[in-house]
Ligand binder design. Structure first.
Ligand code: SAM
Length: 283
């Protein structure tokens, strides 16, 4: 009988190279081929554990062309391990196509569990973790990001996001504008030398950061709606109206349309608040 191929989906460290399981090390050493998001990056890990298995690259932009060749090796009976740059493959990382194509061909797909930033950050966040929602990367463009956040206004579970340090300040501001001054935990550089956890309300974290741009990798955990109701919702709406009027010079009608399209706040209420804000003498 011919040998049955197997795809191992292997989690690797998210920083500290010691965070790898004994089983992952054994599998990486035993397979015929390692498909890696970035072979140079994976080589650092393989060298650390004296693993000499051949590696080939499989990343977002070559996934469609390369997956059929790896599937061919699998159908010929090869054992292949797939690793991403860090953490669990497929979690905001490539790998989905290879996994689904393997499943479609009844090739066994075997998980080799290990770190993922989402669970690593959540488990020390101090926010409820009996249930949580993972939303991956936050949209980069402002309009889309605000709409995306508005759609989360009723989410009651703790929410976990991945975010780039470059957009962090804007994202925290948008979260506060749209979802209120909720509790948030910022987990930075987990398992690395500069590991840091910042816990507080959005306004407090924004205040602590000021204009500073943080460096490194960041995971955000935001309190769910039921967990942490916004304390002064009228004040938050007024601030948002004031900011849209001042920064974007929008008419009352446009302000109401914009906020209504990004939130569940009734237009009638928005008109009342907007007229109120417009009437107030500017300080
Ligand atoms: N597959 C990975 C996992 O299982 O966590 C995630 C890959 S995704 C391309 C990379 C993002 O994960 C980073 O931009 C950051 O948001 C988050 N991340 C990865 N490592 C991290 C770390 N050490 N500390 C904080 N966040 C991290």
């Amino acid at each position: 009988m011919s040998k049955q191929g197997k795809l191992y989906v292997v989690a690797t460290p998210i920083g500290n190279l010691e965070d790898i399981t004994l089983r992952a090390i054994r599998i990486l050493a035993e397979v015929d081929l390692i498909a890696a998001e970035d072979t140079r990056r994976t080589k650092i890990l393989l060298d650390r554990y004296g693993i000499t298995t051949a590696a080939t690259s499989l990343y977002d932009h070559n996934e469609a062309g390369k997956t059929p060749r790896i599937i061919e090796r699998l159908t010929e009976g090869a054992a292949v391990a797939y690793v991403s740059d860090a953490g669990t493959p497929g979690i905001s990382d490539p790998g989905y196509l290879l996994i689904t194509e393997s499943i479609a061909r009844e090739i066994p797909v075997i998980p080799i569990p290990g770190p993922s930033a989402v669970v690593t950050a959540l488990c020390v966040s101090g926010l409820p973790m009996d249930r949580f929602a993972f939303y991956g990367f936050i949209p980069t463009r402002r309009g889309r990001r605000r709409t995306f956040l508005a759609c989360l206004s009723k989410e009651r579970k703790s929410m976990v996001f991945y975010e780039s340090p470059r957009r962090l300040n804007e994202t925290l501001q948008d979260m506060e504008d749209i979802l209120g001054d909720r509790k948030i935990v910022l987990a930075r550089e987990l398992t690395k030398i500069h590991e840091e956890m910042l816990r507080g309300r959005l306004s407090e974290i924004r205040g602590a950061l000021g204009e500073k741009t943080l460096k490194g990798e960041i995971c955000l955990i935001l309190a769910g709606a039921g967990e942490d109701p916004p304390p002064q919702s009228d004040e938050i709406i007024d601030n948002l109206i004031g900011r849209l009027a001042a920064d974007e010079n929008l008419s009352t009608k446009d302000i109401v349309e914009r906020i209504a399209s990004e939130s569940n706040i009734p237009k009638k209420k928005l008109y009342e608040r907007a007229l109120n804000v417009r009437r107030k003498p500017s300080k």
